[in-house]
Structures are given as C-alpha cells and as structure tokens.
Ligand binder design. Sequence first.
Ligand SMILES: [Zn+2]
Length: 433
Amino acid sequence: MLDLADNYASLERYNIQPAKSSVTVFHMSNKAQNHLDCWTLGSNPLPVSQTFTHLGLTRFSMEVKDGAITEKVKLARRTAYALMGTGLHGRNGLPAAVSLKIYKSYVLPRLLYGLEAMNLDSKQLRELDQYHIRFLRQIQSLPDRTARCGVFILLGTVPMEALYHLAILSLLGRIFRANNVFITELAIRQTSVHDTNSKSWFIKAAKTLQHYGLPPIHSLAENPPTKDQWRNTCKRAVFSFWKEELTNQAVNKSTLINLSLDVNIGTPHPLWQDVNAALFDIKKAIVKAKLVTKTYTLQINKHKFNKYRVDPRCPLCGRDVETLNHFLLHCSSLHREREYNLAKISEYINRVSDTSTWIYIREDDFRAVRFIIDCSNFSDTIPALKKVHVLQHLEHLSRNLCYDLHTRRAAILSVCSRDVQVMSRDVQVMSRT
Ligand SMILES: [Zn+2]
C-alpha cells in the first residue's frame, strides 16, 4: 500500500512530506508484529506512532486503543467543567432536568463525536458509561450508591450503550442515504461473508439492528429511509427496548420500591418536572429524589452499617425505630409540619377527587408512604391523577411536606448535637478540676 502511494506520487510528480508521515497500526497478526519497524515510503523509513489526528478525531493504535476513550472522557469532563459557571453542578446549581438538556446539547456531542465509527468493546463502553452515570448522579445530587436504573428513570434518559447504538444507527442511515454504490456493495458483501465474531463495522451495525428488531442491512440498502423516518424509527425502537430493560432492573431493586415504574424515556419523572431554578425549589426536589431512591439517611440505615454502636431508635422522639414510615407518618416531634402539609394535600385531593380517596390512601401506612414519595404510583387507581396538572400540583405539595420534615429534623438534630458537645466539654472541664 505504501509502495502504491509512493509510485502514484512519483507518476503525478509530487512528494509526500516524510516529516509529516507516520504509521499507526490498528490491527496486526502476531506473525506480522515482528516487522513493525520495517515501514518505508520509497527509500525513507517511516516512524511508527501510537496516535494521529484526522478530521478532528484522534485515533489510537492497537497498543493504546483504550486511550481514545480516556481522551474522550477527559474532553467531556473539561467541557462540563467549562459549563459550571452556568450552574451545571447539581446542588446550588440548575434543576436536574435543565442540566440534562445542557449536558445533551454540549457535553454528549463532544463525548460521542466519532465513536460511532469505532467498534467499541464492552470495557470501553463501561468506561464511557461510568462517566455518564456519575454525571447524571451529580446533577441530581444523589450519592454514588443510588441504583443505576433509578438514576436513568428519574431523568427519563438512557445508558451510554443506548446512545452509542443510536449513533451507530444514525451513521448507517447516512451511509445508505448517500447512495454510494461501492460502500453499499461493501456493506452487503461483509454482512453476507463475515461471521458474527468479525470486527467489521458493518457486522457491528447488523448486530445492533437485530438487537433492536430493526430491518436488516440489505433491506435498508434497497430502500433507504428518509432522515426523519430513520431517526424516529431508531429512537422508538431503542427507547422502547431500554424502557423495558430499566423497568425490569428497577423491579428487583428494594431501594426503588416506592418509585413509579411508569417510565417515559425522553421525559423526566414528575419529581424533576416543574422545578424552578430557585435554590429553595431545587433543594426540595433533591430531598425528594433521595427519599424516592432510599438514599436519604435515617437512623435505621446507620444502624444497618454499625449494629452494635448505633441505636436504630428515632433520635428525635426516641419512641420507635426511625424508618421511612416513622419519619413520614408517625414521629411525634415532626407532628406540626406533617399535619400542616397533609391538611393541604387532603384538601386538594378532596377537591379533585371524591372524599373516599384520601381515606383510602391514609388507611394503610405503606400506601400513604408510596403516595407521599411518588403519587404517580396511583395514576391507575385514582383517575384524577391522570391529569398532568393535578399530578404536578400533588408532587409540589408532597415535595413541600418532605422538605419541611427534613428541615425540622435537621434543626432538632443540630440542637441535640450542640447539647452533646457542650455536655462533653463540661465533663472534660470537671475531670480536669
Ligand atoms: Zn421519632
């Protein structure tokens, strides 16, 4: 190949710049690896480099192939960091739904640029996904232990694997719409001749089509769909697959028992809808998001990690174990805040539905907690909740309830910890005297 290039340059009477030419090896058999240093262009030996940049895309040799992903993640991290001034940092920043839009518009395109042309393996996809999920947790101010599927369901988005597949399908559509006979024949020949273990890009694309139940390559080559048709078809297929996948994963998570699994990919959960950019509103939504994903730390959670030293009883009233039910429905120290907010919720429920609805919700603790945590759980049983504005208003009221309980609890605990500090200081002074 190098000789051909050199001969052609000689015939056309131009010189290939030797200082700017180098060889980067992507695939090579074990036998050929012994000849790595023997590349020549005419009589000039060519250096072997690990990386080169073409059309803005940096390609890496087979020895440092993971470097491409690491560089991409670094680039995405730098982009996100540059956007921090706009409030893209979770707590004290913008609401998660707005942050997600900014992330999709500015960070994801830079992260995924050019990757659709590469045949990524599972390790490389995992590295990309780790960055993706960490970012989505950060903009919701959720801790690292939050269940993955819960993070995606709350924001109504999909994992990195789905985004990578969408990029591959989009490129495939562009290839067939270009009506290039040579490439179309190449695609059909490769998918007909190669087996499924091949590293051919078209085999990867064919497997992606099969994975989402889309038409095979030869059918697309015969009748290439229009740009809009293909984009909508791919989105529908990929989103419906991941909707089912995320729902199945969430069913098995004990921490997501109170989260409604009526997943709608492309639309954030009601919790993140209708959240104003005001700091106060965002704090309320963050507390609610932690309660929904069971990452809000109560005394029972601390006790699970240290059974001998931590008392599971409620530090506020000391009467019962501090579980989610106790915190939301029974703790006597939070009675005033709870009754004030529950009265508002019951009044609104009685206005939009019949009076038996609130009685039905309150007669069972499990049901009441599920309603407070995520009222969209009852969209099927309470017809009034099918209306979006009713659901959003109830979400707003329950968010207020959770936040008032949280702030009152934090205030009592801070007073208690201050008293304990004063007492321990007095004891130290007495022991010295
Ligand atoms: Zn209590």
